[in-house]
Design a protein around this ligand. Structure first.
Ligand code: ATP
Length: 307
């Protein structure tokens, strides 16, 4: 196994409109789409589409959405041995509004995702042990993510933590279990306690996360690309993204994290800056098309120089 993802499934219910509604306002949308989402699922599909061998550990509900996710993952040849169906529970949903500028607002209802627990992880320990990289995020319980990181560390598996969305409380001990701590600028600001409005702010917040115990920090900054800081103490490195006309940035962060996991697992020979540059390029490709997973490229559609 290259990449094992411990994370969420969401069914994305996407409405496209010219401008976001104000509180109390109703606006007409011009398109609706239902699609596969959830940070964990997105990152898994991204890594798999790049040619990685992936396994997903997560929970769906006992409803139609859950069956659709399972079928979708089987079609992508993801290992589904540890995707559990949760009795009397719904599959997670994300209500997403995209405006004509390509910005988004999202409300998620995590439902079955919050039932993923330590016993599920213990049952999947053989798969975790066999992986090169484990990735987890915060659409599951932080305590479950923590347990996943602990199991990965026990077996010498590289870890990526994507603190998205930022939970009310993040266990202090989590930082030391993280090889690659990955957040966007809003998440960084929330965890750091100060605004992140510039590359300089991004550098400062990243250094703080290193101070809290993680080995490497990557901040994604939308069209400005990413910032990389390592515990080795070398100066922060800004890796710009290509300039493009974005159509829909929904899921760009997950495209980035899925790509990062893929490269760390399959190209450990590359310097991390180069891995980030390539992950930027793939995330940038995803903003050129509407949708979340629908916008993620396949290996066959990408330049061979990325592999
Ligand atoms: P989301 O929550 O929408 O999934 P995010 O806020 O977690 O996204 P971003 O920082 O917006 O993640 O984007 C992740 C990466 O995607 C960036 O580091 C960059 O490489 C690429 N990207 C995002 N937006 C753009 C853009 N407008 N132009 C070029 N690249 C982009």
């Amino acid at each position: 196994m290259d990449v094992v993802i411990v994370g969420s499934f969401m069914t994305d219910l996407m409405s496209y409109c010219t401008d976001f509604p104000e509180p109390g306002e109703t606006v007409h949308g011009h398109k609706f789409k239902k699609s596969f989402g959830g940070k964990g699922a997105n990152q898994c599909i991204m890594a798999q589409r790049l040619g990685g061998k992936t396994a997903m550990i997560g929970r769906v509900g006992d409803d139609g959405y859950g069956i659709e996710h399972l079928e979708h993952f089987k079609k992508h040849s993801v290992n589904v041995d540890h995707i559990y169906k949760t009795e009397k529970e719904q599959t997670g949903v994300a209500n997403i509004i995209v405006n004509d500028k390509g910005q988004n607002c999202i409300v998620i209802v995590s439902a079955a995702n919050l039932k993923l627990n330590e016993n599920d992880l213990k049952a999947a320990e053989v798969v975790i042990k066999s992986a090169k990289v484990l990735v987890t995020q915060m659409e599951i319980l932080p305590t479950t993510a923590l347990a996943a990181l602990k199991i990965a560390k026990k077996h010498g598996v590289k870890t990526i933590l994507n603190v998205a969305p930022v939970p009310k409380a993040l266990p202090d001990e989590i930082y030391k279990l993280v090889d690659y701590f990955c957040v966007n600028e809003l998440e960084a600001a929330s965890l750091w306690g100060n605004p992140v409005n510039s590359i300089e702010d991004a550098n400062k917040s990243a250094k703080e996360f290193i101070h809290r115990g993680c080995s490497n920090v990557i901040l994604t900054l939308g069209k400005m690309g990413s910032v990389f800081v390592t515990e080795a103490g070398i100066n922060p490195i800004h890796i710009p993204a290509q300039e493009v006309k974005a159509v829909d940035s929904t899921g760009a962060g997950d495209a980035f994290v899925g790509s990062l996991a893929f490269y760390l697992a399959t190209r450990p020979d590359l310097p991390v800056q180069e891995i980030i540059r390539r992950s930027n390029d793939i995330a940038t490709a995803s903003v050129l098309k509407p949708g979340t997973q629908d916008s993620y490229p396949y290996k066959k559609d990408l330049s061979h120089e990325l592999f």
